[in-house]
Design a protein. Sequence first.
Length: 490
Amino acid sequence: MNDQKKILVRNELKVLEGRNKMNILILAGILLLSFIGLGHSIGGLKYLRMRMDNPFTKWVNLPINSAFYDESRDLQHYFTSKEIRDTFMLDTIRGYKRDAYRFVSPDGSKILFKRTRTIDTEEDLLQEIIKPSNLTHSHISDDIESQFGNCWLIVKESVLDELGYTMPLKNIDRIELRQTWAGERSFSLFIPIIAVVKDLPDQVDMIIPEHLDALLDGNYESGYVDVSETNNWRFLSDEATSREKVQQALGSDEIVSDLVQEKVVLNGIEKNLFTVYMAESKSLSQKFVLFDYLKEEINVSPYHHMECNIGKTLYVKNAQYLAMNFKDLRNVRAFRDRIMDEFGLEITLNQIEDKENFSLVTRLTILLAFILLLVSLTGVIIFIANLLISHFNQIQSNLGTFKAFGLSNKKLLSDYTYITLLFFVRALGLSLFFTGLYAGLMFLLNGKFTVLHWSFPAVIVLIFGIIYFIIQRMITIKLSKTPGDLIYNR
């Protein structure tokens, strides 16, 4: 840069920035407010999009009365067509059931009924349930089905507290479920817990795979519990025992031919698992009676082996509820009307209103963000335009003098464009610095604010482009006059 240009830039910048750099501070302040507003708009939209992009938000629930099971199956079949689903922005329809099973405290002193909800391992809802923000502890280290098969539970932390699980969550890997047998008898099944969570949908206490729920709802024909007549049965004990003690507890009428002991770890506690072999085969009812005799003499607790991964994977047949997950909620009312007309199934109006309101809020938020951007751009442009008009009116005699001394329009246009853009860049840099500080503060406060989005640099480039166009236009208009007109303000 030659000396003439340096002097020109220094002097013109000083005038343009104003006394005590007031003009540059005002422009930086306008830009700062614009960027803060934009950052909150982007952050709010990203947060809203995250909230929208989960099964809980886009999920509409339809209870199915047992009298409408056929209509429910017809509805599910009807919406297997992707074209029909896309008409209503519908992603998936899945049936599920709610049940209640008896669960036992670690010491066996407390038995509580807890509500369960079935789930398909392919559902997006499962991933939403076990997301980090909802997890208290997880045993999942691989694909769930590969690691645990089709028999497991996801349990609310509050349920474990109610049942008296006082050990560390990392140790809690199984929970005892009592499955009813004929009369007052029941099997003690130890079901793996794959995750402990803070909350669950549908006001349930546990999530259960469809396969396991179908087994528990069945009549033992699948063979997941051996109910046949055999010569062996099992029990748990914290203490060591012997065949002789078991024989003595059962009496001389029953012959114990062998007793096999193995170590098992349940919820971080090592226990003894004993298998009793009798000289003669016993029915299930006889085994329950033998256990009662044994319990009177030795501190034991029941244990029944469960074979879960047998046969084909089972699914919900007669779903008590249909969960409909939408890609977009704008057509949810049209969907409600269609299934009412075609299948006689009615989604509650309050759900439709809730989903439509959520969709409306999303569109309004986008509209407000766009309006805020326009207002911010308008404010910046008006300030810059007024400032430049005032400045060039003050220096037009100088421009006329420069032209009279032979400086070309091209040279003057280049110099004053550089001066004005340099003024804008200084204000922009100052505003970006304080925007960065504000972003750090919002990060610490967990505020919905972000500048890490393509629209942020796009807006800066847009403002820069508009300012450049205004500068070029205004200076070109001024320089189109003759030196005399500029000097004498004609």
